[in-house]
Write a protein that binds this ligand. Structure first.
Ligand SMILES: [Zn+2]
Ligand SMILES: [Zn+2]
Length: 192
């Protein structure tokens, strides 16, 4: 994911990157393992120099591979996200946070929290960390295969999107059902 920044001029140039599912799995050790990329994510990027600063913008397109939080079905969700990034020369500056300092030393790139500005250093920068963080933000907090997903029955496990089960509204495993069962036993004992 290298970009030779020393070759950039004030005329924008086009660059393309391909982010593969295995690339994501290797890097995103913090992401839930059940989530990933359903296929390659294509990145189109334009870059040019403005004095000492670099301006990058572009778009990434692909599909996420997700697991529904209600019915556990796997499903794909298209992503299409524009981005822009303004980088200024780091010069002698060192980021205050150790992770940022390490990224600047390793990738030649230090990003602000909003992922829209940052510092660069050296003749080439590695955009892998930038792409990774950008994609991580696109994963839904509560993945749902569809808004109306009925989920799985908590007692028999049937997929309620596919079949109606006979469990009814009160699940036998609920505390109320257990109490009712206990009461039946006790009244049965009184009658004897
Ligand atoms: Zn679902
Ligand atoms: Zn059921």
């Amino acid at each position: 994911m290298k970009l030779h920044v020393d070759r950039l001029t004030d005329t924008p140039s086009e660059h393309a990157f391909t982010l593969t599912p295995s690339w994501w799995r290797e890097r995103a050790d913090t992401a839930p393992p059940r989530e990933g990329l359903a296929g390659d994510v294509q990145v189109e990027l334009r870059a040019h120099r403005m004095g000492g600063d670099l301006f990058l913008d572009g778009e990434l397109r692909g599909e996420l591979d997700l697991e529904c939080g209600r019915c556990l079905a796997r499903y794909r969700q298209p992503i299409r996200e524009r981005f822009r990034l303004l980088l200024e020369p780091a010069g002698d500056r060192v980021p205050a946070d150790p992770e940022g300092a390490a990224a600047l030393a390793r990738d030649g790139l230090y990003l602000s929290d909003e992922l829209e500005t940052g510092w660069y250093r050296g003749s080439e920068i590695d955009l892998g960390g930038f792409f990774q963080e950008g994609i991580a933000l696109l994963f839904p907090v509560q993945p749902l295969c569809r808004e109306t997903c009925q989920g799985l029955c908590p007692s028999c496990g049937a997929d309620r999107n596919v079949e109606a089960c006979a469990c009814g509204e009160v699940s036998p495993s609920s505390p109320f059902a257990a109490l009712r069962g206990l009461r039946n036993q006790m009244t049965g004992g009184d009658e004897r």
